[in-house]
Design a protein around this ligand. Structure first.
Ligand SMILES: [Cu+2]
Length: 196
């Protein structure tokens, strides 16, 4: 499973799957995305990122847990524009609105090209696109073994830190440097909450 990575999009608004259920959900009666894990399992490294939009409004949380298979990232957001959005770990732990340029480029300590489908890819900070439903909720659990919460190579805590960044459009997984995913619409500094 080296370099295997998967994402389970939580399409909790079933509009895309069922027209009957969609009516209820669009009226606010459907399930909502649960909050992130409140704490890590004992002994496992843990980190969080609080994401905010360009106007400073809080959008939600991402929790990072070190597991034997890699880092599990659990993302729970609200008030996100509906549709697919590029999602990446960027190379600096600085989120200055409104453009979040302060976060720098993608976290890429291996000096690779961007994108799952690019020759010479991928960046350590590359992640699958995140889908936001019509009601603005976006949630996913993503596993990646390209980063670590530890102190070794590809740590999420290099000098200056790292940040989780959401983009306005989808990542095409091949165009350098960010998959043509558009503006940065949310950013959160990744902060360690448990020592490795
Ligand atoms: Cu990005």
């Amino acid at each position: 499973m080296r370099h295997a990575l998967f994402a389970t999009a939580l399409l909790l608004c079933p509009a895309l799957a069922s027209g009957a259920a969609a009516q209820a959900t669009m009226q606010g009666q459907g399930p909502s995305i649960p909050g992130p894990l409140p704490e890590a399992p004992a002994g496992q490294a843990f980190a969080t990122a609080e994401l905010a939009g360009p106007d400073g409004a809080r959008l939600g949380t991402a929790a990072f847990v070190e597991t034997p298979a890699g880092v599990l990232i659990q993302i729970r957001l609200q008030n996100v524009p509906p549709g697919m959005h590029g999602l990446h770990i960027h190379e600096r732990g600085a989120c200055e609105p409104p453009d979040f340029r302060s976060a720098g480029g993608h976290y890429n300590p291996d000096g690779r090209a961007h994108g799952y489908m690019a020759p010479g890819g991928v960046h350590a900070g590359d992640l699958p696109n995140l889908f936001a439903a019509s009601n603005g909720e976006a949630g996913a659990d993503i596993l990646t073994d390209r980063v670590s919460l530890g102190t070794g190579a590809n740590t999420l805590f290099p000098e200056g830190g790292t940040a989780l960044v959401l983009h306005s459009g989808p990542d095409d997984y091949r165009t350098d440097p960010a998959g043509a995913s558009g503006d940065r619409i949310a950013c959160g500094v990744i902060l360690r909450t448990t020592q490795p």
